[in-house]
Design a binder for this molecule. Structure first.
Ligand code: GUN
Length: 277
């Protein structure tokens, strides 16, 4: 079994981006918007700002209180859209209850949409055109690429159909010529579907949901989940301890996909700044 070390690969990518940014006359700039006090979001945003510092991206951090109104958040995002010096806008999700995230995200034009959540960017990816891809799916693809894992012709099963992971990742796999199946909460015979996977992606959001009996011997297993257990420990969507005995490659949690997501946000921000030069 080979561990897909996202922590190491992400550090390598940040190093490459740092060298690239050092040569750029105008430094890339990212605006990070955090609304409310979700503890997980606070950790992710901190990680994103720290990565910006390392790469040489200017980051502007905006915090709004938990009880912010739709109007207040929209006003902030609209003001960031107008700022020429800002190349990328990121609104950390989830937003507090009562706020319409879709309506807020729609204010971000595709060229500043470094998260790749906009219909325009997703549409381009779905059509196999050049577009900004969502960071986690891009990170999964990049991690496999750097380990020399062949995707072409392989049977990939994506468990989860979210807008930010499952759906876009299925499109990226398809663009790389995988045979793709998307499974979800209504899928019948989930175990049999998973057992056929050469590449199994777990993006469900349920602690240790994928068990060893659902995994084919020699499969590539990528775990997108981060779940805080009642015992305070972090677990992925994959039962790592048992699945690792069957997998040829597997990502750990933490230290697998998570750091790759942030590295890809850095890449998307640098790309956005380059296109705006
Ligand atoms: N919440 C969970 N993942 C993400 C992500 O990739 N981007 C943003 N903005 N929020 C998230």
């Amino acid at each position: 079994m080979i561990l897909l070390d996202g922590k190491r690969v992400a550090a390598e990518i940040r190093g490459e981006l740092r060298e690239k940014v050092a040569l750029m006359k105008k430094k890339p700039a990212l605006a990070v918007v955090l609304v409310g006090n979700d503890p997980a979001s606070e950790v992710y945003v901190k990680g994103k700002i720290k990565a910006c510092e390392e790469v040489g991206i200017i980051s502007y951090s905006y915090r709004l209180p938990e009880n912010s109104t739709q109007k207040e958040v929209e006003k902030l995002v609209a003001s960031l859209v107008k700022k020429k010096a800002i190349h990328g806008i990121l609104v950390q999700l989830p937003l507090p209850k009562g706020l319409d995230a879709d309506k807020i995200l729609k204010l971000i034009p595709p060229e500043k949409d470094v998260d790749g959540f906009s219909s325009a960017n997703f549409g381009k990816i779905a059509l196999g055109e050049d577009g900004v891809s969502a960071c986690t799916p891009l990170g999964v693809m990049e991690l496999m690429k750097r380990y020399g894992i062949e995707v072409k012709g392989k049977r990939a099963v994506v468990v989860g159909r979210s807008k930010i992971v499952g759906r876009p990742l299925a499109m990226l796999l398809l663009n790389r010529d995988a045979t793709v199946t998307i499974c979800h909460s209504k899928t019948e015979n989930l175990k049999e579907e998973c057992l056929r996977a050469d590449i199994l992606i777990a993006a469900i959001g349920k602690e240790r949901f994928i068990t060893a009996d659902m995994v084919k011997e020699g499969a590539v297993v990528v775990d997108v989940g981060i779940n805080r257990s009642e015992n305070g420990k972090l677990y992925g969507d994959v039962d790592f301890e048992n699945v690792k005995e069957k997998a040829a490659y597997i990502t750990p949690v933490p230290g697998g996909v998570g750091p790759m997501t942030i590295a890809m946000l850095m890449k998307n921000t640098v790309d956005a700044a380059e296109k705006n030069e």
